[in-house]
Design a protein around this ligand. Structure first.
Ligand code: SF4
Length: 678
């Protein structure tokens, strides 16, 4: 029997847990009492974060497709084939004819190597990952306003906050550790809870004010709160004068967003808006907390900028237990962004368009001619497969068949791929379309680091070997690079990769493995003497002065009409994670939530004669799914909600591939559907 301290594989809270090994299997998980953030707590997913590791369905050998069927292949054969095909495609059609999808489930070291493979070996910036589908708007919006696109404060600071404004985050379902901190603060310290969410969520029970806005109207209610604050003289005048710029333009823009006008757009009663505005503005330690209900819109960047405006208006940034706090979804989505698995930046958000940054990475990687134009993003890469601009795609640990919007479009594009490589722990829905499948190690079978939502980089540790011939993702990437003739990706272990990361990534400059033991450090951590940074923008913003960037309200791309008369929103539930490849193979979790459903309001269900549990058909302009109705007051009248985890009735058959023009994030949270009884 052995045990190893590691980090949970599911959400961005980054809880510390021990995995227990017996007889070569991982047989249990239990919380680390000494972990400074999770402090001996895990949610149900953390307690069960090991069962999928032992699944008999794990990939154990490379597979090559021949005549439409997979056959087992030797590693050498599979790697040589990948190198040969990718080199041939780039020789014929140029560097940008290949693309790479990295993964928020893999480690920092692996994300760094994936972007190095794309950039140094294939000379393309066509590398991206699922942050594009969840928090790309955060990265853009907060970088523009504050100078840094990450959570401003840390999880432990939730214990001291006196007011929470939570929007677009079903926190107890998606970030249970943080959700429980918020509930404790309300119950034990009488912290005020303000919620803006189209659904009634678990936290609504504890809220002083729940503003149930119409989906896709966030800029309007945030502008409305700022209107009230300025009208009543509750803005922090000294803070605005000292630390910000652009206030007059904001004041001018929000002038028309009276509570009455905002009520017409959002359906939020004006009294609730006024109470929320007064409470947030007059509480010193007030935190804004948001997630994908804010970011996954065609106005995602506008939504984030508006929340940043609100926080600066009231002087709520740059102090403990304040700030604007985007909760990052996947365990390592923060790290995958930090390490440059994005189409526009190297690690540490150093721009590919900056000649100085390019020179620096050319020297570090011993290459010439790094590309200077921004690459294609996730949804653009998939579409480019469809129109032949991208001919070869390498996917590590992502499952776009289930996770990307407009599934029928994704399928058509994957079918058109000339050469598709998928590297994963299971044969996913996406892997079924691959030409080569590579078996990867799970988090229990490799070393490395994840960075959680509060920017804490922490270790994961190998406790068992991978099954069969599976290998750690970082080892596979190095073999591909070597087969392509590149000599700059030779590492004996992951600590050597982190040493390279430290040297080229200022925010990770002080993060040696030695210093990350046992519980990690939060960036910025620029030197080996630096203690890490729990909250950002102390004394001044990362960009100097914080910028008010006022945004007007713009309607969502697809509102309901006479035919498609419901608003559909999608999201996660407590029991499952993402495309359910891991939680769907975990008996405790699967037992609790085995099947897809659509939430309908009792008034709508009554009018259509639909009873709880009955099958219904939900149709959008892009396709339809059939699934059980869950009749519940959680959703508003003429709204419905489908968890996106289930391949059996994939919500993304219905969603629209309309994207934010800057962040390129799809509008998962609003599309028009019709609901019919079967
Ligand atoms: Fe894992 Fe998140 Fe649950 Fe913590 S709260 S145990 S990180 S899923």
């Amino acid at each position: 029997m052995d045990k190893k301290l590691t980090t949970c594989i599911y959400c961005g809270c980054g809880c510390g847990l021990y995995l227990v090994e017996d007889g070569g299997l991982v047989v249990g998980a239990y919380p680390s009492v000494k972990h400074p953030v999770s402090k001996g707590c895990l949610c149900v997913k953390g307690w069960n974060a090991y069962e999928f590791v032992n699944s008999m369905e794990r990939l154990t050998h490379p597979l090559i497709k021949e005549n439409g069927k997979f056959r087992k292949a030797a590693w050498d054969e599979a790697i040589k084939l990948i190198a040969k095909k990718f080199k041939a495609i780039t020789k014929e059609s140029g560097s940008n004819a290949v693309a790479f999808l990295s993964s928020a489930k893999t480690t920092n070291e692996e994300n760094y190597l994936m972007m190095k493979l794309a950039r140094a070996v294939f000379k393309t910036n066509n590398v991206d990952h699922c942050a594009r589908l969840c928090h790309a708007s955060t990265v853009v919006g907060l970088a523009a306003t504050f100078g840094s696109g990450a959570m401003t404060n840390s999880i432990n600071e939730f214990e001291e906050a006196d007011c929470f404004l939570i929007t677009g985050s079903d926190t107890t379902a998606q970030h249970p550790l943080i959700g429980s901190r918020i509930i404790n603060s309300v119950l034990e310290r009488s912290a005020k809870l303000l919620i803006a969410d189209p659904r009634k969520i678990e936290l609504s029970k504890y809220a002083a004010v729940h503003m149930q806005q119409k989906n896709g109207t966030d800029v309007a209610w945030v502008n409305g709160m700022m209107h009230v604050i300025i009208k009543e003289g509750l803005e922090d005048k000294a803070y605005i004068a000292l630390r910000t710029e652009g206030f007059e333009a904001l004041k001018e823009l929000v002038r028309e967003y009276t509570p009455e006008y905002v009520e017409k757009i959002t359906t939020i009663p004006k009294e609730k808006l006024i109470e929320a505005a007064r409470t947030y503005a007059t509480t010193k330690k007030a935190m804004i907390v948001y997630s994908m209900g804010i970011t996954q819109h065609t106005t995602g960047v506008d939504n984030v900028k508006s929340l940043a405006n609100l926080a600066m208006l009231t002087g709520h940034v740059g102090f403990p237990s304040t700030g604007v706090n985007p909760l990052r979804g996947q365990n390592n989505v923060q790290g995958a962004c930090d390490l440059g698995a994005l189409a526009n930046v190297y690690s540490g958000y150093q721009k590919v368009t900056d000649p100085t940054a390019r020179k620096k990475f050319e020297a570090a990687w011993n290459v010439e001619g790094l590309p200077g134009e921004v690459g294609l993003t996730v949804t653009e890469i998939i579409s480019a497969l469809g129109n032949g601009k991208v001919r070869g795609l390498y996917i590590m640990g992502e499952n776009p068949m289930i996770s990307d919007p407009d599934q029928n479009h994704v399928r058509e594009c994957l079918e058109k791929a000339e050469f598709l490589v998928v590297q994963d722990v299971f044969l996913t829905d996406t892997a079924a379309y691959a030409d080569v499948v590579l078996p990867a190690a799970s988090f229990a079978e490799k070393n490395g680091t994840f960075t959680n939502t509060e920017r804490r980089c922490e270790r994961i540790r190998k406790i068992i070997p991978p099954p069969g011939e599976a290998k750690a993702d970082w080892k596979i990437l190095c073999e591909v690079a070597k087969a392509c003739g590149y000599k700059g990706m030779n590492y004996n272990d992951t600590s050597e990769i982190m040493e390279e990361i430290r040297k080229v990534t200022p925010i990770y400059g002080g993060m040696s493995y030695k210093r990350l033991d046992p519980h990690g450090l939060s960036w910025p951590c620029p030197s080996l003497e630096h203690p890490g940074t729990p909250y950002l923008h102390k004394d001044k913003f990362s960009k100097g002065k914080g910028s008010f960037l006022p945004r007007p309200f713009i309607e969502p791309k697809e509102n309901p009409d006479d035919e498609f008369n419901f608003i559909l929103s999608t999201g996660r539930i407590y029991w499952h994670w993402h495309t359910r490849t891991m939680t769907g193979r975990t008996s405790t979790l699967e037992r609790e939530a085995p099947a897809p459903y659509v939430e309908l309001h009792p008034e709508d269900a009554g009018k259509m004669g639909i009873r709880n549990g009955e099958k219904v058909k939900v149709t959008s302009r892009r396709g339809h799914v059939e699934l059980a109705a869950r009749v519940t007051g959680k959703v508003a009248v003429k709204s419905c909600f489908i968890p996106f985890h289930y391949r059996e009735a994939a919500a993304n058959v219905l969603t629209i591939n309309a994207i934010d023009p800057i962040a390129k994030i799809p509008e998962y949270k609003v599309c028009a559907v019709k609901v019919e009884k079967i």
